[in-house]
Design a protein around this ligand. Structure first.
Ligand code: F3S
Length: 290
């Protein structure tokens, strides 16, 4: 079986930085929410004494808390100060920029529009830096419904689709006299999507590796399917079913920005050991290694 891994895939800069900071954290450090959307990494860190909590209320005064790459709102920093909780801030610098842009827009008394998924922690954090005054949208129809205003500022979730962002901005241009656009989509996402699309056009099928709860991994699977390429989203090599690849000889692999290299390599090894025509040849011996 010929296997090709996408040119850009796996941990992005912000996630690698956050995971490195968590790995270097002292035992007993708590992460505010799971450090990344990857259950295997979260479990590994927990065994090293760095486990997630849901809120600062769960930690003792004077303890250490790591803020994950998605970032948090200003109230968390305030609460930490009051509890003398030491913050290790792993907010991705790209997210920090989006948060600061949102704050500036609101302080300049412009209407703030955030383009992104309402329930995503990053979008929630950006909205909180915008004093919860933002209109949050992720569809063209929602943009159409925004009432006209004099001044509007836009920031966008770092992992949002470039194309959809451009379409929404074109609509927003008709909703204001002055539109200030902060293109806060980070290039890691775009590079991963472009590499996945290019590969999906060449191969018989794609495997997208990453947490089922990871938005950017889900989007990689979506862009591969849009190329009419059979696409399978798995969290680990264990989920791979050889029958998916019956009669195929060329498989592409990509992975979300929160997928560690070791999980990608497991999938590569399993796939390289599948024979092109066979569906029964997943090596039991190899599977048992995982
Ligand atoms: Fe940061 Fe971009 Fe990754 S915003 S967390 S480098 S996807």
């Amino acid at each position: 079986m010929k296997v090709e891994v996408a040119g850009a895939c796996g941990f992005c800069y912000g996630v690698r930085r956050a995971v490195d900071m968590a790995c270097q954290a002292t035992e007993g450090t708590r992460t505010l929410g799971p450090i990344i959307h990857n259950p295997q990494v979260v479990e590994t860190l927990a065994t090293q004494g760095v486990a997630p909590v849901q809120s600062l209320q769960e930690v003792d005064n004077g303890s250490t808390v790591l803020i994950r790459s998605h970032g948090v709102g200003p109230q968390v920093y305030e609460e930490a100060k009051e509890k003398h909780v030491k913050i290790v801030d792993a907010t991705c610098p790209h997210v920090k920029k989006a948060q600061q842009d949102a704050k500036k827009i609101v302080f300049a008394e412009k209407k703030l529009v955030i383009i992104g998924e309402k329930s995503h922690p990053e979008v929630i954090s950006i909205s909180q830096w915008g004093v919860n005054r933002a209109i949050i949208i992720d569809k063209e129809e929602e943009a159409q419904e925004i009432p006209f205003c004099e001044d509007m500022g836009v920031v966008v979730q770092t992992t949002f689709s470039q194309e959809k962002f451009k379409r929404i901005v074109r609509i927003l241009q008709t909703k204001t006299n002055h539109l200030e656009t902060h293109m806060t989509i980070c290039t890691a996402t775009q590079q991963r999507q472009e590499a996945a699309i290019a590969l999906a056009r060449r191969v018989d099928a794609m495997i997208v590796v990453g947490g089922k709860n990871s938005a950017n991994t889900g989007r990689l699977a979506q862009v591969c399917r849009e190329q009419d390429c059979p696409t399978y989203h798995v969290e680990t090599a264990r989920e791979i079913n050889p029958s998916w690849f019956h009669g195929m000889s060329y498989i592409g692999i990509t992975a979300g920005a929160s997928t560690p290299d070791w999980i990608i390599q497991e999938v590569v090894k399993i796939m390289e050991n599948l024979q092109a025509e066979g569906t029964e040849v997943m090596s039991e011996e190899l599977l048992d290694q995982y």
